[in-house]
Ligand binder design. Structure first.
Ligand SMILES: Cc1ncc(COP(=O)(O)O)c(C=O)c1O
Length: 388
């Protein structure tokens, strides 16, 4: 018998640029130092107990086996009804809505379904950290276009210049993580005009769709026929119902796009957990749950901004999402990443550097706080920040 050799074959990584994310690093540092964690974007309060009860009810009814591949009809129909009510576009629940394991899986599945080696995909930086590795895994080429530094508004000339014969898709995210800006109707119309003569697909990441403040409306791609007909619209129940750990989201897309999406979805996750889908479907029957969310988060945003006035931070606008960015120039000479480490270790509040959302680490002296926290957590953080 040949002696057994214990040897793991060497691998050439498919994602050489990917390491431990800043979110993991900052959360670990925050835990080690006992800092208030306003870094990672998730609530520190519980969801509605009725939602938990609805999951328990579903489990007790025996709804614990594989659901239909695209998601349970009850939930898909609830999503279609919500989109029709809010954005005035009708999606067929059977052929145009798919339930996913969070927005993250929706985005990678859309990319794998449509991007081939050699295709270009445009991302607008700063951007959510999964987009770039997703495009690379599909063999696509990432084309980075910056949002205008300072205002984080879209630069349509720059986007137009980036579109070429190899452009397969553009990823847009509004309300925006990390800058908390919201695309206006005018922006969406400009995007619609820009894409009209092209075959570029749109991946519209709308996970913060129900967090738009100051009486503004979320301008979903669903509202714009020229965009909706080329778009995968992605949302997340985790963000909307304070259950980020459940990892349930959805994609709305025209039937031909959904058909391709489902081919990949089927052999990727196949299905998403059953009892939570039934619970979310039942819970969505009451639209108040998502309709009251802007007011719920606006109050927290205002509390946090008011407290920040006690610091020397320059407070940037927060039009939507649950993030608040500040300019640190008057407070420190440190670079963003070092500042966040210092803030966590010495002041006891964790934040995220915006440079983490740029491929080249662009440093504009801006950091992001998450205000999806109990008032007492926000007040504790603000008391600590007031020392600055
Ligand atoms: C812009 C953006 N897209 C997608 C996601 C992922 O959402 P989910 O937790 O549903 O996968 C997040 C979560 O932070 C996000 O901020």
């Amino acid at each position: 018998m040949t002696p057994v050799t214990e040897r793991t074959p060497p691998l050439q990584t498919k994602l050489p640029a990917v390491g431990t994310t800043i979110f993991t690093v900052m959360s670990a540092l925050a835990a080690e130092k006992g800092a208030v964690n306003l870094g990672q974007g998730f609530p520190d309060f519980n969801c509605d107990p009725r939602l938990i009860q609805a999951v328990t009810d579903a489990m007790n009814k025996g709804l614990n086996q594989y659901p239909p591949m695209p998601g349970v009809p009850l939930l898909r129909e609830a999503v279609a009804a919500k989109i029709a009510a809010m954005y005035d576009r009708s999606y067929d629940a059977a052929s145009e809505i798919t339930i996913t394991a969070g927005a993250t899986q929706a985005i990678i599945t859309a990319i794998l379904a449509v991007v081939r080696p050699g295709d270009e995909v445009i991302v607008l930086e700063p951007c959510y950290d999964s987009y770039v590795p997703n495009i690379e895994l599909a063999g696509g080429t990432v084309v980075r276009v910056p949002l205008v530094p300072g205002s984080f508004r879209p630069d349509f000339d720059a986007i137009a210049a980036a579109i070429g014969p190899s452009t397969r898709a553009l990823i847009v995210n509004s309300p925006h993580n990390p800058s908390a800006t919201v695309w206006s109707r005018k922006d969406m119309l400009a995007l619609q005009d820009l894409l009209a003569p092209t075959d570029v697909l749109l991946i519209s990441d709308e996970v913060y769709e129900h967090m738009v403040f100051d009486e503004q409306q979320h301008q979903s791609a669903a509202r714009f026929p020229g965009l909706a007909t080329r778009a995968f619209i992605v949302s997340s129940f985790g963000k909307t119902y304070h259950v980020t750990g459940w990892k349930v989201g959805y994609v709305a897309a025209p039937a031909p796009l959904t058909a391709e999406f489902r081919k990949v979805h089927q052999f990727n996750v196949f299905t998403v957990n059953t009892p939570m889908q039934y619970a979310l479907g039942a819970y969505m029957a009451d639209p108040q749950q998502h309709l009251q969310l802007p007011a719920f988060y606006q109050r927290k945003r205002d509390l946090f901004r008011e407290g920040l006035k006690r610091t020397k931070f320059r407070i940037l606008p927060s039009e939507g999402s649950y993030f608040q960015c500040v300019d640190i120039s008057e407070v420190s000479d440190l670079r963003e990443a070092e500042f966040c480490q210092w803030l966590t270790s010495e002041i006891g509040v964790a934040a995220i550097p915006l440079s983490a959302f740029y491929g080249n680490g662009f440093d504009q002296r801006v950091v992001r706080f998450c205000f999806a926290k109990k008032d007492e957590t926000l007040n504790m953080a603000l008391d600590r920040l007031a020392k600055l």
